[in-house]
Write a protein that binds this ligand. Structure first.
Ligand code: ADP
Ligand code: MG
Ligand code: MG
Length: 206
């Protein structure tokens, strides 16, 4: 059982849909500990990403998505998500995508985010949602789980990771300017990263 570039396109569309539905919520979260533009930034970038979709293979599709996001998403999240998709694309196979390929692609995306943003877990960023999600995918691969189980485990792990950011004190990004006052608010980037993994579940069900 494998997936292909059609799945990848559905994933990007579903990510856009989730972000667009929650644009106000993302903005509200970013207003509390940042500058209130995360919803708008993500919608702008992902709208361009969806417009870039065509019948290219997975590698080219993700490259186009990355370039669209880098050029259209403002703020810290643009280069970070751009890098995630760029690295995932470089790691994607030429043909069908096995679950192990998908896990490797998401790991490469996370590594790219961390190279670029220098954040570790516990710093109240998207890395706190992405890391447990990638780990869940990797353990699903080890256990020879189905796509459906792997993707829902990863989304559940991303959700827990997102929620775990609430008590954290931000030490990276704009929220770090608030110091201790950043505690008690869920991180907007970790929230959009949960949508990224939830979108894979959506794409798998369509
Ligand atoms: P900006 O802060 O420039 O306005 P956004 O509001 O679009 O950009 O995105 C903010 C999100 O970016 C944060 O909630 C956080 O998750 C993420 N972020 C910021 N800096 C970093 C970093 N160094 N590493 C990982 N993620 C980061
Ligand atoms: Mg912001
Ligand atoms: Mg900003």
């Amino acid at each position: 059982m494998s997936r292909d570039s059609t799945f990848v396109r559905s994933w990007i569309e579903a990510f856009f849909d989730r972000v667009e539905e929650n644009q106000k919520y993302l903005t509200k979260l970013d207003s509390a500990i940042g500058d209130g533009d995360h919803g708008q930034n993500m919608v702008r970038g992902l709208r361009a990403a969806v417009q870039s979709l065509n019948d290219s293979d997975t590698r080219e599709t993700l490259r186009n998505v990355a370039m669209s996001i880098i050029s259209k998403t403002g703020g810290a999240s643009g280069p970070l998500y751009g890098t995630l998709f760029m690295e995932a694309g470089k790691t994607a196979p030429d043909g069908p995508i096995a679950l192990s390929d998908w896990a490797a692609m998401m790991r490469a995306g996370l590594d790219g985010v961390q190279r670029r943003g220098k954040a570790e877990t516990g710093e109240k960023t998207m890395v706190d949602a992405l890391t447990p999600a990638v780990e869940a995918l990797e353990s699903a691969v080890e256990q020879d789980a189905s796509w459906s189980d792997a993707l829902s485990d990863a989304a559940a792990a991303a959700k827990d990771g997102m929620e775990s950011t609430t008590p954290m004190i931000a030490t990276k990004g704009r929220a770090s300017y608030l110091g201790d006052r950043s505690a008690g608010h869920q991180d907007p980037g970790a929230t959009s990263s949960f949508y990224l993994f939830a979108a894979a579940v959506d794409a798998n069900e369509t």
